[in-house]
Design a protein around this ligand. Sequence first.
Ligand SMILES: [Zn+2]
Length: 256
Amino acid sequence: MVAGGLLPARLTFVIMAAVGVATASDAARADCGPGTFAIAIDVGHSPDEPGAISARGRAEFDFNQDLAWVLRAALHERGFVAAELLSVFREIRSLDDRTAAAAAMNAQVFLSVHHDSVQERYLEFWQPPGADTPLSYSWHAEGYSLFVSEENPFPEASLFLARLVGEELQAGGFRYSPHHAEPIPGEGRELLDAEVGVYRFDRLFVLRRNHAPAMLIEAGVIKHPDEELRLQDPAFQAAFAAAVAEGVVRYCEAFR
Ligand SMILES: [Zn+2]
């Protein structure tokens, strides 16, 4: 437990090396024993509002839920048995439910799991086998994206976490998509880390209205016909989740 605003020298070094500055409040969030480190896994969207629709008509919510369970397993395998989906604590119907559930479990880290789309201008239409109607798809973008909010109460810790996750994804052979930085309406996001793909998205509700360091993960672009298939491959999911979990482990270890 790091309390009272005192930063251990090693932690100060680690955080300052990573983000250039640390605050006592960031450190106060961390109490890292793997068995008790509460990691909130937020499944983006809901059955009623399923988010983006893939190139072959599958709802983003279903992709999110699948990967969230694989991520939970990856964290549990590493001893982080207090990693849990928010829906275990309460029914998730609103954005407020998400942050309330995370607070209820005393989350020390918040990971929101999503799958990505592209702006409308890049959509084309096809009718893949089995589809009743034309569906939209795009070859414009593929790869993961990571987001943090500087309005989160722990912006430095959030960025530190996202960078570690990004480093592990890069080490695992995953590449991020630069399409959110494109200077067009709906994008134009600042890349806080252009090496590993961390974007700034201050207004994201689940990140800014959170009591824990938080990041949002777009695992890949489901409008991309090839990436959509990859994202449903259990081996891809396991490797992706393992990389995210390793990033969280490194984050936790930095506070030990
Ligand atoms: Zn989403």
